[in-house]
Design a protein around this ligand. Structure first.
Ligand code: GNR
Ligand code: NI
Length: 169
């Protein structure tokens, strides 16, 4: 296992489309292991492969509620096959440090993908878990949660980011 370096905005890898994985082999399982360790160490409740510089369609998620863990969810080639309702919760991203904002998304999703053994599975998620699935699959498509803000909020984000960059030199 290894802790990987998390890429941050405006790294171009976060803007790239991740490629579908052909089969869940040892390399993919090693990537999942390392991504899980990286996510727990951060700590975060989800991580997409783009965030560690790997353009493969792999995500890991573990939602902790009241100190309770759902256990690790690892999904390869994840796809949303159904969405229902609407919800807005405050999101953050390990690749966009120190910024949080509400984002409107589907409240419920059904996600299809491959598990660690390469077997196709479907997961029904709602609330926070559904939001995190959508956030991670966005990453695989080169999209960040700040892209889903209204134009005014996005401008404020950019302005503050530039200000912060200047201060850091
Ligand atoms: O740790 C994370 N928390 C979070 C909170 C609300 C909505 C989405 C997330 S995902 C984020 C980790 C991350 O950046 N995953 O890509
Ligand atoms: Ni993120």
């Amino acid at each position: 296992m290894a802790i990987l370096k998390i890429k941050t905005y405006p790294d171009s890898v976060l803007r790239s489309f991740a490629k579908p994985v052909n089969g869940v082999d040892r390399d993919v399982r090693k990537l999942i292991d390392d991504m899980a360790e990286t996510m727990y160490e951060a700590p975060g409740i989800g991580l997409a492969a783009n965030q560690v510089g790997e353009l493969k369609r792999v995500i890991v998620i573990d939602i902790q509620r009241e100190g309770e863990s759902t256990g690790l969810i690892a999904l390869v080639n994840p796809e949303i096959v159904e969405r229902k309702g609407s919800i807005a919760i405050e999101e953050g991203c390990l690749s966009v440090p120190d910024y949080y904002s509400e984002v409107k998304r589907a409240e419920e999703v059904r996600v299809r993908g491959l598990d660690l053994n390469g077997k196709q599975i479907e997961i029904d998620a709602k609330g926070l878990l559904a939001v995190v699935f959508q956030h991670e699959i966005d990453h695989l498509n080169g999209k960040l949660f700040i892209d889903r803000l209204n134009p005014i909020k996005r401008e404020i984000f950019k302005r503050n980011w530039k200000k912060k960059k200047k201060k850091k030199g």
